[in-house]
Design a binder for this molecule. Structure first.
Ligand SMILES: Nc1nc2c(c(=O)[nH]1)N[C@H]1C(S)=C(S)[C@@H](COP(=O)(O)O)O[C@H]1N2
Ligand SMILES: [Mo]
Length: 343
């Protein structure tokens, strides 16, 4: 597929050679010999060791990684074998329509794709990155890589391939409403939760969202000062232009939330997940981001350095609590802007 830009819409490059760690940080107890089970609709269910897998023709694709929380890491080279070659060796039952990637993880993490899509995209199983063994925290000894899909389709600690007639939603897709197609060029990030109008009205009246699943919540331009949204699930929520002074978002999941132009004076974000959230033109004076996770968040337009100052859409950041480590976790252009402010 041809694209004008290297970066899909709404993505930003990570700084330098950084590779953020997202989701689970380690596998379940590692078996002495790593094996990959291939089962479901296959002619011969089997279990392969890494050695056996490595006997197949090896490929060295260069892949652009795009995380749903808006960071991209371009041009990463992996070593592995094509899913196509693995399945060819095993023999797939023509009834198989989906493939589920299974992880050796304590929560039994999985993700799935239509088999045809997975093959067309050149999905492969990788054990090396940049010529070195894949680090355990990034899925070593084996993970699948799906080029051209958000990175949540690439499962760490891959221990099984299940061929399915009917799809089985993966962990993030079922639990967090991540889009099942996950095409970054079409921004297929999340599905919205459905709320009926009465419930919506009630929530806006009480201003208490604590602990609720309100992903994709549409609240643009509302007056929501003193909102309480502790531990709420607000991924991809739209708070553009809202009044949210003193709002309490402690522990909330606000990844990819839209706060452009919001008045957030003295809002609390302690321990919140604001990865990929957009704070352009927001008033953040006095906000507290202690212990919040900020990968991919933005406070100014990405290409501000190329624009006249009146087009930077910068947030107001006086008296904001952000640590040096949090600032360094942002994308390059964001770090440069905050450093310019003397943060
Ligand atoms: N087993 C497992 N695989 C997983 C996840 C996870 O939580 N567990 N998270 C997914 C998500 S959302 C992303 S963005 C990538 C992150 O991979 P990284 O930590 O190597 O950057 O792994 C994907 N695969
Ligand atoms: Mo992700």
């Amino acid at each position: 597929m041809e694209h004008d830009s290297e970066l899909p819409p709404g993505q930003q490059r990570v700084a330098g050679d950084k590779w953020p760690l997202v989701g689970e940080r380690e596998s379940a107890v590692v078996p002495a010999t790593w094996t990959l089970a291939i089962h479901g609709c296959v002619d011969h269910p089997c279990r392969w060791t890494l050695d056996e897998l490595q006997q197949l023709p090896q490929v060295r694709p260069t892949v652009d990684i795009h995380c749903v929380t808006r960071w991209s890491k371009l041009g990463v080279s992996f070593t592995g074998v094509l899913l196509r070659d693995v399945l060819h060796a095993v023999g797939v039952d023509p009834a198989a329509r989906y493939v589920s990637f299974e992880s050796h993880s304590t929560r039994g993490h999985t993700s799935s794709l239509a088999l045809e899509t997975a093959l067309e995209l050149g999905t492969f199983l990788a054990w090396e990155v940049d010529g070195r063994p894949l680090p355990a925290m990034h899925g070593g000894p084996l993970r699948n890589i799906v080029p051209g899909r958000y990175f949540y389709k690439s499962v760490k600690w891959l221990c099984g391939l299940e061929l399915l007639v009917d799809d089985r939603l993966g962990y993030w897709e079922a639990d967090a409403g991540y889009h099942n197609e996950a095409d970054p060029w079409r921004e297929q990030r999340y599905l919205a939760a459905d709320l009926d109008k009465r419930r919506l009205k009630q929530l806006l009246a009480t201003r208490d969202f604590s602990g609720l699943d309100l992903r994709g919540f549409q609240a643009a331009d509302r007056e929501l000062d003193d909102l309480v949204a502790r531990d709420a699930k607000l991924r991809d929520a739209n708070f553009r232009g809202c009044r949210l002074q003193r709002a309490d978002f402690r522990g909330a999941n606000l990844s990819n939330a839209h706060f452009q132009g919001a008045k957030l004076v003295d809002a609390k974000f302690q321990g919140a997940d604001v990865e990929g959230a957009n704070f352009c033109q927001a008033d953040l004076r006095g906000c507290d981001f202690s212990e919040a996770s900020l990968f991919g968040a933005s406070f100014v337009v990405e290409n501000w350095q190329a624009l006249p100052e009146d087009q930077w859409q910068a947030a107001q950041l006086t008296d904001v609590r952000l640590t040096q480590r949090q600032i360094e976790s942002l994308a390059t252009s964001q770090v440069a802007y905050l450093q310019r402010l003397g943060k």
